[in-house]
Every structure is written in structure tokens, then in C-alpha cells.
Write a protein that binds this ligand. Structure first.
Ligand code: ATP
Ligand code: MG
Length: 310
């Protein structure tokens, strides 16, 4: 079980976003926070803000053949997608349909077989070198010999030559935001799974990346901790205008977190539909009990099924 994060002092994150200075993106519709105890509705976040957009045009991926007699594996059929600045877009699809492959291509860690991907008009590898892109894997993979603070600064330390934007929140500010201020000098083995995952989130946000790629980051957590992590993620990325591409198998998670959900077919993955999530912000924890939420999850489930039948 995750202990409840300390009440956030999100003013610092709002300050971070206020210091930015480039145009709004189309998906920047989120105007406030999502969490179990939403902050009172305040003024809209200051604009203009820095947000990152993503474009995929006819992207495909076929692996191999890797030698021997194994045939090539077509992981992803032609895929086109636009993600607006500050938008949370979820990829929802069955196991093996190419979600991780797609994220790795967006991160510049894998080359598409055909098609093009651009992050703010740049090739992904360049965007990653410019620290616009952060990758959050399923397991936070903390280094056991480094303290919480030292793990959280790891990506910054590895990228010393590229300073994060001066407007990015500091690691200590982020640790306080996620309720880990008192654990900054602790080591990973002294933390629960949920706490470790929060350190992983801080590490990604500390890099100052404006595009976060998240590959089932909460899959290993129990349902209550997972719900807490959803709130925390949105609380962190909303004031910063972070664009998020989030992979999950959980229909409820996709419906709660996202501005839009892209539903994929089984391998070779292809986007069957991109579904708008109409719920306004701030989203309250009890949204999941609402009839409209039930209707949306039913539609997502039906779309997943229809993709599997094709
Ligand atoms: N490096 C690789 N070499 C060869 N085949 C690969 C490689 N990476 C992925 N694949 C294949 O591509 C397909 C898609 O894999 P991928 O990991 O992207 O799926 P996924 O949607 O993330 O699945 P899951 O939900 O189980 O994580 C699979 O058939 C997998 O075997
Ligand atoms: Mg995967």
C-alpha cells in the first residue's frame, strides 16, 4: 500500500510552468489538477507555455528476421497520430500489439521501418538529446547504492552538459510534491513499491522533459496505489504542461487519465479508433462511479473487442 502523499505545494510547479515561453498546443485543454482532493478552481494556468507536440506519419515496424529460419515479425501496421502539446494520450491495446515498440520509436531508441516521427518537428533522437523526451519504464530500476535524492537526480547527473530549463522544479521541490521529502536520504530498499515508483516519476520530471513516454508504469502496483499514482501523475504534469503518451492495459486507467485514448488491434498493431475523453478537469476520484464514466469504459471495451475481431 502506498502511504498518502503529503499535501502538495503545487505553487512551485505552477511557477515552473509560468516561466515558460512558447505557444500553446492544441491539446492543452487541461486547466486544473486531477486528484482525490482537487485544489480549488483557480485562474487558468498562465500562457503562453512550453508544450511539446508529436506527429507520426505512416509509421510501421517489422523486426528481423533475426537469423535462422525465424520469419520477420510485423509489429506495427501503418500508424498515423498527432498528439497536441500538454495532452495526455493513452495507447490501449492487447499484449504484443506493438505499444512498447511504438514508445521506443518515439523515444528514438528504435528506428521505424517506414514512415516518420517528429517531436516538435525534430527527429526523436535529436529531441531526446535535447532532453525534451523522458521515458518511464514499468519498473523504476532505482540504483540500490544511491539515495532517493541521488536516484532522482540520476538523469540530470548523466546529462550534465545539458542543464534542465531553469524554470524546471528542483528535485527537492518534486520530492516534496510527491510526499517523499522525509525520504530524500533513504535508500531504495527502505521504500515501498509505490514510493519507488514515485522516485521514478520525480527522476523523469527532474530532467525537465516536456514529453513523457510512460510504458505501463503502474502495472505492478496494487489497485489503490495505482489510483494514487494516477492522481499524482496528473498533478505533476498539469501545471508543467507536460505532454504524455501513456501505455496501459487498464481501461479504467485510460479513461481516467487521458484526454484521448488510441485503441490498437492485436499484432500487427493498428489504431482502430482515437476516442475523446469528455470529462472536464479537475477530475475527482469519484468520477469512476459516474454513469458517463461507465459508458466510456464500455465504449473502450467494445472498441478493443472490435479491433480484435478484425
Ligand atoms: N527487439 C525485438 N526483436 C524482435 N521482435 C520484437 C522486438 N521487440 C518486440 N518484438 C516483437 O514485436 C511485437 C510487439 O512487441 P511489443 O513489446 O511492442 O508489444 P506490446 O504491445 O508492448 O506488448 P505488452 O503489452 O505485452 O507489453 C511482439 O510480437 C514482439 O515479439
Ligand atoms: Mg509492452
Amino acid at each position: 500500500m502506498m502511504e498518502v502523499a503529503a499535501a502538495p505545494t503545487s505553487a512551485v510547479l505552477h511557477r515552473a510552468r509560468a516561466g515558460n515561453s512558447s505557444p500553446n498546443g492544441p491539446g492543452n485543454a487541461r486547466s486544473s489538477t486531477v486528484g482525490p482532493q482537487p485544489r480549488p478552481a483557480g485562474p487558468r494556468l498562465p500562457s503562453p507555455v512550453v508544450t511539446t507536440t508529436l506527429e507520426l506519419i505512416d509509421v510501421t515496424k517489422t523486426f528481423g528476421p533475426s537469423g535462422g529460419t525465424a520469419p520477420p515479425v510485423e509489429a506495427l501496421a501503418p500508424t498515423a497520430l498527432d498528439v497536441g502539446g500538454g495532452e495526455v494520450l493513452t495507447l490501449l491495446g492487447p499484449s504484443g500489439c506493438g505499444k512498447t515498440t511504438l514508445l521506443r520509436m518515439i523515444a528514438g531508441l528504435e528506428q521505424p521501418t517506414t514512415g516518420t516521427i517528429t517531436v516538435d518537428g525534430q527527429p526523436p533522437a535529436l529531441a531526446r538529446r535535447n532532453k525534451r523526451v523522458g521515458f518511464v519504464p514499468q519498473a523504476p530500476a532505482l540504483l540500490p547504492w544511491r539515495s532517493v535524492r541521488a536516484n532522482a537526480t540520476l538523469l540530470r547527473d548523466l546529462n550534465r552538459r545539458q542543464r534542465p530549463p531553469t524554470t524546471a522544479p528542483t528535485v527537492d521541490e518534486l520530492l516534496a510534491e510527491v510526499g517523499l521529502a522525509d525520504f530524500a536520504d533513504a535508500f531504495p530498499h527502505e521504500l515501498s513499491g509505490g514510493m519507488q515508483q514515485r522516485v521514478g516519476l520525480v527522476r523523469a520530471f527532474a530532467l525537465g522533459a516536456s514529453l513523457l513516454l510512460m510504458d505501463e508504469p503502474f502495472a505492478a502496483l496494487d489497485e489503490m496505489t495505482r489510483a494514487d499514482m494516477r492522481h499524482l501523475l496528473i498533478r505533476l504534469c498539469e501545471p508543467l504542461g507536460t505532454t504524455v503518451v501513456f501505455v496501459t492495459h487498464s481501461i479504467a486507467e485510460a479513461a481516467f487519465l487521458s484526454d484521448r485514448v488510441a485503441v490498437l488491434t492485436p499484432r500487427p498493431g493498428r489504431i482502430v479508433d482515437v476516442i475523446d475523453v469528455p470529462f472536464p478537469h479537475p477530475r475527482r476520484a469519484d468520477l469512476e462511479d459516474a454513469e458517463d464514466f461507465f459508458h466510456l469504459t464500455t465504449r473502450l471495451r467494445d472498441t478493443l473487442r472490435s479491433g480484435s475481431d478484425r
